[in-house]
Design a protein around this ligand. Structure first.
Ligand SMILES: [Zn+2]
Length: 116
């Protein structure tokens, strides 16, 4: 997470559009868990976006996963939160609405990190 935060802070080249999307995501809490934690639906996930019943937004990070591209995965998960806020919880997980947002946020290898 620290690496992801540093990467985000150092990304002073964010466009106005990217900055607006980060703002749109609002408050997002971060939780580090081990790879075998029940909070992870897929134990191989690098990170997963979660919403609580009362609307809290979380990004759960698997500390046992490869952290080298965490900045992009973190932005991928943020894109899920924005897609859910805009289009509702039933929006296709990695569908066109998500991909459009993700591709605006993630700085590199968009096909890999955002699908498509
Ligand atoms: Zn995803």
């Amino acid at each position: 997470m620290i690496k992801a935060l540093l990467a985000l802070v150092m990304a002073s080249t964010f466009s106005e559009n990217q900055a607006a999307l980060l703002k749109e995501a609002g408050t997002v809490r971060v939780l580090y868990v081990s790879g075998d934690d029940d909070l992870l639906e897929n134990k191989k996930s690098v990170a997963e976006a979660k919403r609580t019943i009362d609307g809290q937004k979380w990004i759960v990070i698997n500390i046992d996963a490869d952290q080298s591209d965490m900045d992009c995965w973190f932005l991928h998960e943020l894109a899920h939160h924005i897609a859910w806020s805009r289009h509702g919880e039933d929006v296709e997980l990695h569908g066109p609405e998500f991909q459009s947002i993700c591709r605006q946020l993630v700085p590199r290898r968009k096909n890999y990190f955002c699908g498509g």
